[in-house]
Design a protein around this ligand. Structure first.
Ligand code: BES
Ligand code: MN
Ligand code: ZN
Length: 522
């Protein structure tokens, strides 16, 4: 199931003369605090829109304010141009207050571009004349605008059998106005944004696909086909190979389903081995999480079709890696299983022998993610990873602790900090969390090496239990980070900025950024 694509290119013609269906400009909200009396609110034109404002005889912001524009973030106000400029529609997108003496933050631009392109569904061709700095921050700003536009233009194809007259087609073509469309740095940013946003869109498609259509064998096929096309090396371990290899965790979770588990391995090898480092990306691929024998309540269970968002992000990030060709070896590991209750399911009390030989006592079959991840992470270590980044919709505790937008990061402190910095740079915030000794003590099992969760099923430090468990499956010489995306992986609310309803594609952009970081800085 693939969504319709949006194309993107650069233009350096005067925005007032562009033959497009709509021209997007930015506006800031400005609040001045006079010494006495009430603060005054004004609408401020952002740079990039000067020629449009000139065509309106200086009355553009005044007119937009009459239409209700305040310049608040995410606000989109449309105005018919009635021949003043070539485009029939001018669209003012809010950027919030103008940062003193600085250009808007990249994430503000990303969200504004996303909101504008999303609001313009139905217009085939639109141009963005947003404020872009002309200094060293220019590439990051252009990258943000391009990513925002491509992601705001995303729509899942869906399954409706009748044409939907009220549903307008996503924008097909976006032009981004820049000072010099032939500039090599700007063109490189556009190419990168296309690769990265294309990957994010693919991961959203996989997450949004109905879970009956994406059980482990089908998911493995879809990822393998895309990866082969991208030129990656692909290896798929089926249930027989998993049994032969001793992947007890993946097999235990998968044994309750008629659709057998898989472990998909994707490899990018740079020419000459690159800088000699090996990066492993591991993603949780539970194609549907009922909880198994420890079954979940019915309310909201459908959202557990997104329990493979980590694997989708890793698979998609590998596609971007294949396009960007970083000088570092990268291997993606995608353990896939369907967590179902049945006569063949694993059960609380089972002791499972994992890939690295450790024995795990199962207490709750709903803590299935860590079972499949532990095997995949141990395999990545056995393959000689130097850096291991793992991401998963692992715990409801992450949502309680950090909310729906900020991922939790646990692991080697230095690598956690790198993830935080990468998240900050990409607009996918992530926050470091500890791995306390007392949480590990609480997971001592009477019979096995470790319990899968707290031995008394105490939910205190619930997100941390996940991290503490996974640490047992990483060898000491490997720097690792576990990124819990239970909240940010899936957006159940109305679309906002460049986030559409459903899969978000988090943390594809972080993973790509981290791979490039290791390729450049080791
Ligand atoms: N997939 C869920 C976690 C989850 C919850 C993701 C909400 C997205 C939104 C995970 O497999 C799970 O069920 N976790 C349990 C762990 C518990 C049994 C230790 C949880 O969060 O309650
Ligand atoms: Mn679960
Ligand atoms: Zn799960």
């Amino acid at each position: 199931m693939t969504s319709p694509r949006t194309t993107l290119s650069l233009v350096d013609t005067d925005p007032a003369e562009l033959a497009v269906d709509a021209i997007v400009i930015g506006v800031h909200s400005q609040t001045t605090e006079p010494g006495n009396g009430a603060p005054a609110h004004a609408l401020l034109l952002a740079s990039g829109g000067e020629s449009i404002a000139a065509a309106f005889d200086g009355k553009l912001t005044e007119t937009l304010a009459l239409l209700g524009a305040t310049g608040g973030p995410g606000e989109v106000i449309k105005l018919a141009t009635l021949g003043t400029v070539s485009a029939p529609l001018v669209v003012a997108v809010g950027l919030g207050p103008e940062p003193a003496g600085a250009a808007p933050a990249p994430e503000s631009l990303r969200r504004a571009a996303g909101a504008a392109v999303r609001a313009l569904a139905g217009a085939p061709r639109v141009a963005l004349a947003l404020p872009l700095p002309d200094d060293a921050d220019a590439p990051a700003a252009l990258r943000a605008v391009a990513e925002g536009a491509l992601l705001g233009g995303y729509r899942f194809a869906g399954y409706k059998t009748k044409p939907q007259p009220a549903r307008r087609e996503p924008v097909a073509e976006v032009l981004v106005a820049v000072p010099d469309a032939a500039d090599a740095t700007a063109q490189a940013e556009i190419a990168r944004a296309q690769a990265v946003a294309g990957a994010v869109r693919t991961s959203r498609d996989w997450v949004n696909t109905a879970p009956n259509e994406l059980r482990p064998p089908a998911f493995a096929d879809a990822v393998s086909a895309a990866a082969r096309e991208a030129g990656l090396e692909v290896e798929v371990l089926d249930e027989a190979a998993l049994k032969a290899g001793g992947y007890g965790g993946i097999l235990a979770v998968g044994q309750g389903s008629e659709a057998p588990p898989r472990l998909v391995k994707l490899t990018w090898t740079p020419e000459g081995g690159g800088n000699g480092k090996r990066v492993a990306l591991v993603g949780k691929g539970i194609t549907f999480d009922t909880g198994g024998i420890s079954i979940k309540p019915a309310q909201g269970m459908w959202e557990m079709k997104s329990d493979m968002a980590g694997a989708a992000a890793v698979g998609a990030a590998m596609l971007a890696v294949a396009a960007l060709k970083p000088s570092v070896t990268v291997t993606g590991y995608l353990p896939m299983a369907e967590n179902m209750p049945s006569g063949t399911s694993y059960r609380p009390g089972d002791v499972i022998s994992m890939f690295n030989g450790k024995k795990v006592e199962v207490l709750n079959t709903d803590a299935e993610g860590r079972m499949v991840l532990a095997d995949a992470m141990a395999r990545a270590c056995a393959d000689g990873a130097d850096y291991l980044f793992e991401t998963s919709t692992l715990t409801g505790g992450q949502v309680i602790a950090l909310g729906k937008r900020i991922a939790g990061v646990m692991g080697t402190p230095e690598l956690c900090e790198r993830v935080r910095v990468a998240g900050d740079a990409t607009g996918e915030p992530a926050w470091p969390m500890p791995l306390p000794d007392d949480v590990r003590k609480g997971m001592e099992s009477d019979v096995a090496d470790i319990s899968q969760v707290n031995a008394g099923m105490d939910r205190a430090g619930h997100m941390l239990q996940g991290g503490v468990f996974l640490r047992e499956f990483v060898t000491d010489d490997v720097a690792w980070a576990h990124i819990d995306i239970a909240g940010p992986g899936y957006h159940s609310g109305e679309a906002t900025g460049y986030w559409t309803k459903g899969g978000t594609g988090v943390p594809v952009r972080t993973l790509v950024h981290l791979v490039e970081d290791v390729a450049t800085n080791g």
